[in-house]
Design a binder for this molecule. Sequence first.
Ligand SMILES: [Zn+2]
Length: 170
Amino acid sequence: MDAIHIPNLAHHPDKRVTIDFKQLVKDLKSLTPVQGTVTVMHKGNYLEVQVQAKTIVTLTCDRCLQQYNHRLNCDADEIIWLKDSELIISELPLNQDLELDDMVENLPEDGNFDVEAWVYEQLCLALPQRKLCDGDCKGIDVPQASPEDLTDRRWAALSALKNQLPDLAD
Ligand SMILES: [Zn+2]
């Protein structure tokens, strides 16, 4: 995905570009290429960007530390302020939930919009906050756990780590 030169987009007849893609996204550890569509619209003093994308990523379970595959679906849109343009609040597509402070993203209006970096960000935001290999994951199975180990799950996590590092285990 090439970066979009914002002034070119402003002069584009529709003032919008739609890109269908199926590729690996830089820095994203996905098992399969990311497949989706991204639309970048020039709305005068801001860009409106939308993406629908899907892929499969490998995550580490928070409970048992095993790796598992997760089907990642991303459906996001964002307003990116063009900071050199005049701020006219009434023209912004703000609703009650969207505060001006939420529009942390901004770009110079004669700059470039890095499509791939933006898509990468949206995919990261779509990752689950709580990573579980299975809703019923029982956590780490610690053989010969002493009663002290069982009093605190953090010790269980530590033991499992220790088992993975033979040099440290004695
Ligand atoms: Zn698990």
